[in-house]
Design a protein around this ligand. Structure first.
Ligand SMILES: Nc1ncnc2c1ncn2[C@@H]1O[C@H](COP(=O)(O)OP(=O)(O)OP(=O)(O)O)[C@@H](O)[C@H]1O
Ligand SMILES: [Mg+2]
Length: 247
């Protein structure tokens, strides 16, 4: 059997609604299509919606795992292209701050996962203890930012907190909902200007995804845009990001 990469990437953001869950689910589909064995962990534990993106109705979720009722293999739901989803709960506030014991249960169950190439972790927005935790245990951190000035400011805040709390120095930036490449690069430069001045961190431009109305059309139908619109601009942009991830 060929060797799997076993790479964990957390997709996170300062501001909410910037496209994290949309990027994670469509990215998993593209990676799956490239024969990369991909898991998604819905780490937005109390307001997760990855299952909704795939039109899934999981019978069990991470709550059953944390409460010791199910094993990680029993809660995994199979999606298209061999994607496997570890679903979260929706509307259960008790998991918005995991205890040390709950974190240990999660960590040991991740170790039980069969070999994979990518484990994409979709977090909630902001800087809760859960968000810091999931970023801390992942190999790569990817921050999604949009040209919205509030997203820029909040991205800086999240990088600062993650750096202070985890000691991490390398952060990848995906600019979403940009008008075009030029605007995306401008957004990246704006954040870098501030982090270079105030923090000892390195930002890497992971890529960008343009605003694309086909994303909304597909999302409303609970379909993946990369599948529904293989030739749309956003799909081509995400393909480029995925090509880089596997290169
Ligand atoms: N590039 C884009 N162009 C147009 N619409 C987009 C784009 N990316 C995401 N969207 C839309 O933005 C909305 C928010 O996306 P999504 O739920 O993925 O954000 P999120 O960051 O996961 O939000 P939350 O912080 O609440 O978890 C969705 O309606 C999605 O269809
Ligand atoms: Mg989300």
């Amino acid at each position: 059997m060929e060797k799997r990469r076993k790479k964990t990437i957390t997709i996170t953001s300062g501001k909410g609604g910037v496209g994290k869950s949309s990027i994670v689910s469509n990215m998993a589909y593209v990676l799956g299509g490239m024969k990369e064995s991909t898991y998604i962990l819905d780490a937005d534990l109390s307001l997760g919606n990855i299952d909704i993106m795939f039109g899934m109705t999981p019978q069990f979720n991470i709550k059953d795992l944390i409460l010791g009722k199910k094993s990680i293999r029993e809660i995994i739901v199979e999606g298209p292209c061999g994607i496997r989803v570890i679903p979260a709960t929706s509307g259960i506030a008790e998991f918005s701050n995991l205890s040390l014991e709950e974190r240990n249960i999660l960590l040991s169950s991740f170790l039980e996962l069969p070999e994979y190439d990518f484990l994409l972790v979709d977090t909630s927005a902001g800087i809760s203890s859960n968000v810091v935790y999931f970023n801390a245990i992942s190999e790569d951190i990817c921050i999604v930012v949009t040209p919205d000035p509030a997203s820029l400011t909040d991205s800086y805040a999240v990088i600062k907190v993650l750096h202070k709390n985890t000691g991490r120095k390398n952060f990848n930036i995906i600019v979403n909902m940009a008008k075009d490449e030029k605007e995306a690069v401008d957004v990246f430069k704006k954040i870098t200007r501030v982090t270079d001045r105030f923090l000892d961190v390195y930002l890497d431009f992971y890529g960008y995804i343009p605003v694309d109305k086909n994303i909304n059309i597909a999302t409303r139908k609970q379909k993946l845009w990369v599948e529904q619109f293989p030739d749309t601009l956003a799909t081509k942009a995400l393909q480029k990001i995925c090509d880089r991830m596997v290169a």
